[in-house]
Design a binder for this molecule. Sequence first.
Ligand SMILES: [Zn+2]
Length: 353
Amino acid sequence: MSWKSSVIEGARRVGALRVVGASWGLRRLTVLCYHRIGDADAPGFDVYSGTMSATPDAFPAQLDLVADRFNVVAMDRLVAWLKGTTDLPKRPAVITFDDGYADNSTFALPALRERGLPATVFLTTSLIGSGDASWWDRLAYGFHHAAVTDVEIPTLGSVQWSSDDERDRLVEQMIQAIKTLPESDKLAAIDETLEALGVDPAPGTFDGLFLTWDQVREMEAAGFTAAAHTMTHPVLTRLDQDDATAEIVGSVDRVAEEVGRPVDAFAYPNGMPGDYDEVAFRALAGAGIGAAFTLSAGPTRATEAAADPLRIRRVYVAGRHSLTDFETRLEGIPRVADAVRRRRVRLGVPGRA
Ligand SMILES: [Zn+2]
């Protein structure tokens, strides 16, 4: 093959996605955000499906793609780089999990370990080892086991459903509505909803949904880094300053106590602009946190992360993505699309909302 034809062939193989990716430069930072690894379509699945990031079959293929394209580094390396005490490899990536679901140990850990890839888990400390479920999982459980399919519930009013899809859409709507409530009203709304649905989960129902502290320590020993994600997963800006600070510091201290070393990373619950503020930044800095992560669409330029280490973007991985969708996200297409959309809005160009 002549050098010309091999160049053309190579260019074909690289493909449009990688060209767009390359235009970001070699020093972009890609932080992946997963929640759960599992199968929401499996028989008996009866909690919230929206936090399922990948199936146990899809996850290893995603990791292979990540390992092929990026140099995956552990959280302590990233934090040290943000502090200016070490360098980063080209095309650095960090793998993170939010909330602390037990399937991170069952399904994610073996696949990561097999490939020698480090990862970080951001723990909602009140759920770890509690045998309890998050409010969104309790809500979904209520709908899965409802004694009625036509009911009056808080925030949505009168609802009815006649298929699993309709039910799941209602759960999603209700979760979005509950997220807008003051923190103090959220749990009461969930309790009222379960009562209206005629569901009272027996003790032990949610055992094994979230990690135990022993599992967290086992994961640490096997290459995971434990980090903080508040105590009870509130939207921090809906709390007063003292409560927001307590949620942050309490979770950082608890993780440090359980794993026996200082904690240097944090992820904001919900993670959108408006869900964190100066109060949070001050509490994080005071607690010794060197890197904090949002859910604004990533990847990010490494220089942007270094300039603003308490507001690092992530690439959100959602369930049922094909490997091509996943690749599109890895290469930052949603962030580019988001920037284009905002520019169109700014310029008054009509487009989709
Ligand atoms: Zn979370």
